[in-house]
Ligand binder design. Structure first.
Ligand code: NOJ
Length: 974
């Protein structure tokens, strides 16, 4: 968190008051980082040399081998260092993804090559059907169902290009910036002059490599930043590579940065930022709302997009990485990636649609986990609820006010001296009773467990880690690394060490372990976990983290694995919770730090945002960026972590939060209490209605989660994903669609707003979710102005969608399991609509054995009777049980009569209301087709569009149709 607080000599309050703003001097810029500086200088020389620049790296034609016909292996040489050997390996995976790996062959040391083992779900399968042709100048492969993709590996200079229909999509080393700094011996210092030796002018021979590497060595062997010196025992080993996206004007991804979704340029003409985007997981105090500075997590995945195609690259390195982005025209993007260590392990995802890119990435790193239902509800957190009585009071207040909430959180102050797992006996004398009291109201608790362990011999968790020898080691590899964090002097478990895994998992068992080892007996299965500070945050470390020369399992330096570190911690915690119950229940773990693959285990949030409008706005963009990088389960602290938002801001923040997959209010210890019930009217009523709206929409969120768990397509979908051919939408990142529901939302993130602008991409009717006002898009796209006063959320249903909600107010999602549904049928301009609804027990894994209900609702012109509209429900489980992308824990088996479905049927879970929007005529009768039963209904005629605010949809409300959610049925509107 903050360097200052480690001093331990000031009170926390003083620290907070003293904290100014973003402390730029705590973090390196590119010019302060040796390898980044070298990488950028290389790019600069190339730019100055223009056409005379050529990459020194080339393939040795005689070394090319086709292993089993499918894997290209070749030796690579750099003309600068002919004595050094590099090995290249290129393969095309079964789904068309191209994997390019390059390593130094038999170098002085080994480069880190294990990032894939943490991030990938399995070793990708190489295509056996793709045929490579080895030529004199290059190696080529043509593939794809239409034979439209071609990969060309050129020998001199080494270059890998992916074409589609003859058009360049991705070019690796097109600018000639590829550079793998090889391992070398540290030069001996010059011999000291002996007495009497004559002064001689030594004429240095000209350096033939200076055109490429620069004329002097730059921080190759050690590097100082502030008061820290990073010894580099293996010397320089950085890796630079340029990746161009010709014909693709927009790039997205590489979270986490506080910036726009379409990444602004960092180089070229008038760049938005002067530094490259940095990926180096860091605890950045009061981060800026617009900056390329690295934040808590890193996912080295970048999408490139154009009207014609979407492609992506995933560069699987765990070390610090800087990425420059520039656009030479609106049509093309150049990027330059410089990493401190590791091998080149680059995946080129050919797309060509966003959905295919998501599937390709999901096949590599997995799909998001299907969360427990409760975790999609509202989470109430602050630093800190100070006692068990405090917890009980807050819980009670929600009930008294009749507002829903699913989870109450405890931050670090529950533990004495920040010895996590241990309760402060004075303030939390009865933890299990407290948890049970909360659970009795249908809610859960989330308790924080941070990765730093207080170095205290009376702390059993630290003592055991020490005894097992699983703590991270300082440079040199002897002893235990000691740094400063909340508890004072601390050490960190090395989760790269398998010796730590079983022990860590055992800690979370809420019962006494056999043999008497320590576990969290003062807990229950209703407690889930928050993993914070896992970048890791070290208050007295360089850049508020661990020294790079610390040593992990296998002898790897911290620099090699820094960006992966946080993911391993929360993954292990997730696994610990997964094995604590029998039968297993879905765990919930929130992590601050993340890497590619984190989506398999839980949720993330955007860290310590500020209570400002800028932070509220950028939080939306950050959540979108995380979503496209696989991590859909994301959100920002509602209210802003720092500061005391005024009621208007708080209301707007709740609107933002209610439309994020992860919805949690959180606040710094120094802020005033701001639970929703403390607001006065009208703000309080508005927030209550937002909370109820979130709960009504839980079926939408859960259904969207089901989809992402099997397809990898994110829950929040910015315009370019939904309308990939509409270039007007490529730069829009303040509105988005929710799953495939057809819901389009634009949260307001500015003060004093009464109306706002929303972009509609297509020639379709959009219905205001609340007022049923209609707006008509056009084939070329259209901006509309919509009402957006404080109590109004710009939320629309796209014509052609059927949205399922549950509208009985309840105190928690657990109380909604058997509630009836309302279906909003928003007819398209062609009188059709479609939607799906997914339900399971929300708690166990029985859905993986077919225990679920998955319905498709369709509205269409009534073919049978010739007139009217027919709305029907069919069993999607029967239709497409195996939709999952490979490797996803898909819903592979399905029994329509499964126990879960049967329970809903027995409890008569039904549709209690249809709201049909956009009928062209008043119906004469509404009935259930199968039984012929006439249904009661009301009809409010529509009104044509009169002004820019749009028309009003004709609305038919069908009351209590009594059709079961588990059955096939059809309702006729005649
Ligand atoms: C930093 C986290 O980002 C914040 O959410 C938390 O409240 C504090 N650590 C204290 O645990």
């Amino acid at each position: 968190m903050w360097a200052r607080s480690f001093l331990g000599i000031v009170t926390l309050v003083l620290v907070v008051q003293d904290a100014a703003a973003f402390k730029a001097h705590d973090f390196k810029t590119c010019s302060q980082s040796g390898f980044c500086r070298r990488g950028r200088a290389l790019a600069q020389r190339a730019q100055e040399a223009k056409s005379s620049w050529t990459s020194p790296y080339s393939i040795e034609p005689t070394s090319v081998v086709l292993e089993e016909g499918a894997v290209v292996k070749a030796g690579v040489k750099s003309s600068l260092y002919p004595e050094i050997n590099f090995g290249l390996e290129v393969r095309i995976q079964e789904d068309g993804v191209v994997r390019v790996r390059m390593d130094e062959a038999s170098g002085l040391h080994k480069r880190y090559d294990e990032a894939a083992s943490w991030a990938l779900i399995s070793n990708p399968v190489t295509s056996r059907s793709v045929k490579w042709t080895v030529g004199k100048k290059d190696i080529r492969a043509v593939y794809g169902t239409k034979k439209d993709i071609e990969v060309v590996i050129s020998y001199q200079p080494l270059q890998v290009t992916l074409y589609r229909n003859g058009k360049e999509q991705v070019v690796v080393n097109g600018q000639g910036l590829l550079h793998m700094e090889h391992f070398r011996k540290k030069p001996e210092p010059p011999a000291p002059k002996t007495e009497g030796s004559e002064e001689q002018t030594v004429i240095e021979p000209p350096n033939p490599r200076a055109w490429f590497e620069g004329d002097k060595e730059d921080d190759l062997w050690e590097e100082t930043f502030g008061t820290w010196t990073d010894s580099k025992p293996k010397g320089p080993e950085s890796l630079s590579v340029d990746i161009n996206f010709p014909n693709h004007g927009f790039v997205y991804g590489i979270p986490q940065h506080a910036t726009r979704l379409a990444l602004p340029s960092t180089k070229g003409e008038s760049p938005t930022f002067t530094d490259p985007y940095r990926l180096y997981n860091a605890d950045v105090f009061e981060y800026l709302a617009s900056s390329p500075v690295s934040l808590y997590g890193s996912i080295p995945l970048m999408h490139a997009h154009s009207e014609d195609s979407t492609v992506a690259v995933f560069h699987l390195v765990g070390s610090e990485t800087w990425i420059d982005v520039s656009h030479d025209s609106e049509k093309s993007t150049q990027t330059h990636w410089v990493s401190e260590s590791g091998i080149l392990d680059l995946f080129i995802l050919p797309g060509p649609t966003p959905d295919e890119v998501f599937a390709q990435y999901a096949r590599l790193t997995g799909t998001p986990v299907l969360p427990a239902q409760f975790s999609l509800g509202y989470h109430q957190c602050r630093w800190n609820y100070v006692s068990s009585e405090d917890v009980r009071t807050v819980n009670k207040r929600f009930d008294e006010e009749d507002i829903p909430m699913d989870v109450l959180w405890l931050d670090i102050e529950y533990s004495p001296d920040h010895k996590y797992f241990i309760w402060n006996e004075k303030t939390f004398p009865d933890p299990v009773e407290m948890i049970n009291d909360v659970a009795a109201t249908g809610r859960k608790m989330v308790v924080i467990v941070d990765p730093h362990l207080k170095r205290d011999s009376s702390y059993p968790v630290f003592e055991k880690a020490k005894e097992l020898g699983v703590l991270v080691k300082p440079k040199g590899g002897e002893g235990e690394y000691e740094g400063w964090c909340w508890p004072g002097s601390s050490s960190w478990v090395d989760f790269f060490n398998p010796g730590a895994w079983d022990w860590w998992k055992s800690l979370f068992k809420p019962y006494q372990l056999e043999g008497g080892a320590w576990s969290w007996t003062q807990s229950t299965e209703d407690v889930h976990i928050w993993n914070d500070m896992n970048e890791p945050s070290v208050f007295n470390g360089p850049e508020i983290t661990m020294p790079k020369d610390n040593v992990h399992h296998g002898g790897w330096e911290h620099r090699d694995i820094h960006n992966i570190n946080g993911m391993l911690y929360s993954n292990l915690t997730w696994q610990a919770l997964a094995v604590r119950s029998d039968p297993p229940k879905r765990p919930f773990v929130l992590t601050r730090s993340f890497f590619a693959g984190s989506q398999r285990f839980g949720a993330m949030w955007t860290g310590d945002n500020l209570g400002t409008w800028e932070h509220m706005a950028v939080g939306v963009k950050m959540v979108l960026a995380n979503s496209i990088a696989g991590l859909s389960f994301a959100g920002s602290d509602v209210g802003g972590f720092f500061g005391n938002p005024d009621p208007e801001m708080l209301v707007r923040w709740y609107q933002v939060g209610a439309f994020a997959p992860f919805f949690r209010a959180h606040a710094h210890i120094d802020t005033k209490r701001r639970e929703p019930y403390l607001l006065a009217s009208p703000h309080k009523d508005i927030v209550y209605s937002i909370l109820r709206l979130r709960y009504a929409m839980l079926p939408v969120w859960y259904t969207a989660f089901r989809e992402t768990t099997v397809t990898g397509v994110p829950i929040l979908r910015p315009q370019y994903i939904v309308f990939p051919k509409d270039k007007n939408g490529f730069d829009i990142d303040d509105q988005y669609y929710i799953g495939s529901s057809g819901l389009l939302v634009k949260p307001v993130t500015q003060k004093d707003v009464t109306e706002t602008n929303v972009y509609l991409s297509d020639d379709q009717i959009y219905y205001d979710y609340f007022s049923f006002a209609t707006y008509r898009g056009t084939p070329k796209g259209k901006h509309i102005t919509v009402p957006a006063a404080l109590h109004q959320i710009p939320l629309f249903i796209r014509g052609g969608s059927i949205v399922s909600t549950r509208e009985r107010p309840r105190r928690a999602s657990s109380r909604m399991a058997y509630d009836p549904f309302t279906l909003r049928v928003a007819l398209s301009k062609d009188d059709t609509a479609k939607g799906d609804l997914y339900l399971d027990d929300g708690e166990t894994y029985t859905h993986q054995q077919g225990q679920y209900v998955w319905r498709q609702f369709v509205a269409e012109k009534n073919k049978k009777g010739g007139k009217g509209i027919r709305i029907s429900s069919t069993d999607l489980g029967k239709l497409k049980p195996t939709e999952a992308v490979e490797g996803a824990p898909g819903l592979t088996t399905y029994d329509p009569k499964n126990v879960y479905a049967k329970t809903l049927e027995d409890r008569n879970v039904r549709v209690e209301k249809f709201i049909v929007l956009g009928l062209k005529n008043k119906p004469k009768s509404v009935k259930v087709e199968e039984t012929g039963e006439e249904l009661a209904w009301d009809y409010i005629p529509g009104a044509a569009s009169t002004d820019k605010k749009g028309g009003m949809a004709a609305t038919l409300i069908i009351k209590d149709p009594k059709v079961k959610i588990t059955s096939d049925w059809s309702v006729l509107i005649l």
